[in-house]
Every structure is written in C-alpha cells, then in structure tokens.
Design a binder for this molecule. Structure first.
Ligand code: PEP
Length: 252
C-alpha cells in the first residue's frame, strides 16, 4: 500500500472570535509540537484567517478555508475568492461540506467548479461527500457517494485527483454524536478507493487520502484510524477544545 500521510483537520465552522482562535493555536502548538508523521490542518472562520495564519507561522500547522468561490473576483456579495485566501497563505480549502450542500443548497456542479478552481490557486481541496440517513436506510449509500465523487472530480487530471483529500462525512453523523462504526466507515472508504480506481487507476486510488468526519471524539479516533482505508479525520465539535483536539491529533 502506498504511504499516505495521515491528516487531521479541524473545522471550526462559525465558532471562535479572533482572540480565541489565536490563543488556541498557541496552546495546541505547545501541546503537540511539530508532528512529522501526520499533518494538522485548521479551518477557522474567515475573520480569523489572517490572525491564525500569523499565529501559525512558527508551527507545523496548515491553514484551510471552509469554502470559497471559484471566480477570482466579481459581484458576488458575501463570497471570498482564491486570490484573497492566497493572501493569508491558505493551503487547503474544504469544499462540498454537508452544511454547504444541505443548508445552503450547493449542488454537485457548483462543487465541481470549486474543486477545479482550487487547483488554479494551488490549494488542496478537502472534498466532502456523504449520504443522508434516509439514503443509508434505503441502501443507497454507495449510489449517493459514488455520484458525488464522480461529479466533483470530473475534469481533473489523475495527478490532481491524487492530491485531493476526500472526506467521507455521513450526514447523519455530523454534529449528532452518532459516529459511523469503524466497519461502516471502512466499508465506504474502501468503496471510495474502488471508485478512484475505476475513474483513474489503482496507483491514484492508493495515493488518495480519504479522511472520515462525523462526531469524531478522543474515545473513537483510535479505532477509526486503525481501519486500512481511513487516512485521517475531519473534526467539527471536538476540534474546538485544545484537550480533545490534541488527543485526536495524537491518535494511536
Ligand atoms: C464536520 O463539521 O465536518 C464534522 C464532522 O462535525 P462534527 O465532528 O461535529 O460531527
């Protein structure tokens, strides 16, 4: 199996003022130092990006945005562009998060444009896919995830596709306290890797990092990370406190 560097990402959503965000970065750096065997990514709200970027300068942490617009500039009230995110040294961008899809109505075609645009700016997309509870209960998990994957990755070269970080986030597990079991998560991660193999090739499938998100906590991270196709975590609620996020970063 190809070496895949585990990635642990914090999605702070619409939480933390600038001062709280900066204090968090200092405290987390103090606790975990500079890990070299895993990547740690933090996605603060837009208002805190510049301050967090400055606070991260002497750390090994990487900066992510929670969303962006695919156009460089224009009359797009309320949006932010890749050029603007570059100014604050963003390296990653979360795209297609279930809250963007289901609360703000983002569809596969829009997400595809954003994934493609991420590469124009040199960002690594953290591209989220996942089924709602009713689809899982109807036995349509693979159908939903397969379609989101195919549409979101359309037009990428094999090299670009290998660089994408795919986040499998079952919608029913996000912010609900219900985590997918390690077996449920592994089953979908293995399916995503198979889709990669048919969309691209086995080499690309073995390189792509597939992270899990959905009520990840200090007490379930180790068993999830022990699964062969789980390469990291995208963490919401449990990334807001240094103690719990530190434990997740230090998964065993
Ligand atoms: C998320 O926002 O991507 C997420 C997985 O949230 P939570 O960990 O709170 O379920």
């Amino acid at each position: 199996m190809a070496d895949r560097l585990p990635l642990i990402a914090a999605n702070w959503k619409m939480f933390k003022r600038i001062d709280e965000a900066v204090v968090f970065i200092g405290a987390l750096h103090h606790e975990v130092g500079r890990p070299t065997d895993r990547e740690v990514v933090i996605a603060p709200p837009f208002t805190a990006l510049a301050a967090v970027s400055a606070a991260m300068r002497d750390t090994a942490f990487k900066l992510a945005a929670q969303n962006f617009h695919y156009e460089e500039k224009g009359a797009f009230t309320g949006e932010i562009s890749g050029v603007m995110l570059k100014e604050v040294d963003c390296e990653y961008v979360i795209l297609g998060h279930s809250e963007r899809r289901h609360v703000f109505g983002e569809e596969d075609e829009l997400i595809r444009k954003k994934v493609a645009a991420a590469f124009r700016y040199g960002f690594t997309p953290i591209f989220c896919v996942g089924e709602k509870l009713e689809k899982r209960e109807e036995g349509k998990t693979f159908e939903v995830v397969g379609k989101q994957l195919k549409q979101g990755l359309e037009g990428l070269s094999a090299e670009q596709a290998a660089q994408v970080v795919v986040a499998y986030e079952p919608v029913w597990a996000i912010g609900t306290g219900k985590t997918a079991t390690p077996e449920q998560a592994q089953e979908v991660h293995a399916f995503i890797r198979e889709c990669y193999s048919s969309l691209f090739d086995i080499g690309v499938a073995n390189r792509v990092r597939i992270v899990y998100g959905g009520s990840v906590k200090p007490d379930n991270v180790d068993t999830l990370m022990a699964q062969p196709d789980i390469d990291g975590m995208l963490v919401g609620g449990a990334s807001l406190e240094v103690a719990s996020f530190k434990r997740i970063v230090q998964f065993q």
